[in-house]
Design a protein around this ligand. Sequence first.
Ligand code: API
Length: 326
Amino acid sequence: MKVTVKKVHGSGNDFYIIDEMLLSEALPEEKRRQLALTLCDRQQSLGGADGVLYVSPSKTALARMRVINSDGSEASMCGNGLRTVARYLAEKHQLTDFTVETMKAILKVSEDEPLAEGIPTYRVEISPVTFAKETLPLVIDGEQLYDERVPAFSEQLHYSAVAVPNPHLISFVEGADFADQEKLARWLNSDNPYFTDGVNVSYVRRFSEDAIFVKTYERGVGFTNACGTAMSASSLMARLIHGGDFERKIDVYNPGGRVQCQVYREADTYRIDLIGNATFVFEAELVISADAKAVTVMSQTTTAEQIAYERMAQQAAQFVEAQSSI
Ligand SMILES: N[C@H](CCC[C@H](N)C(=O)O)C(=O)O
């Protein structure tokens, strides 16, 4: 089967977009998962990815986006990925703002002011936001986990658990070293009594009221350069726990670069806008084997905009380095 893939990234969190509307034949469900496993393999000649974003027709929005992690699991949402799908659809349909159907919500997306010179930038809605433990799911005493110590996780750190709508565990740390938290993240994404469906685990450093750094161990992937829903959830917790005017933009630095988040409180619900790059890296024509376990690359064309992105990512890294030396 011939497949065209677009290699993309949002803040260094990389994906392949597969537009199923362009396929010569429908993709059977079991092939979607296997194709994601095959394409995301970092040993693969195209370099692998953190996941695959399948774009398909929708009855309720311009199109539908499904998110398959590199381990083959399906997630309800992907913030960095949605920005790249938004740009792909904007250019395909000559539109600047529209909605995209995801597993649990129809989300607004729009083109936004460039984050930096030469950076195509999109704004995506991250919602619904819930703290109720059943929505993660999370097994604990009480109704939610909100800025509390969990001795089984850490003697010192406080944790919050929020679904946006995929599940996130957020804690604010002082030091720059997150390495010792990998053990916890691996445990909570394997057989454990707390997060029965796994969880994205993030560690947040506050540089100021409007600047944070987020590092995330993603469910179904592992440590990534950035996790859009995690950076959004971390911005929400920064506003709720550490204050600052809600809707004022927060610069969210990450190992892959920088995005911005705006947190909105409407009555008793929250919504977050995630603003950041939607970079196209290359397009490739592939021939997929019948079992979707082998890929032959027929052509591959790389874009010039990736260079502009790498310049912005380097500036972000220099800022973080300067903070770390304070
Ligand atoms: N690993 C996540 C899905 C991808 C989310 C992330 N890449 C983002 O940008 O939000 C999960 O299983 O919930």
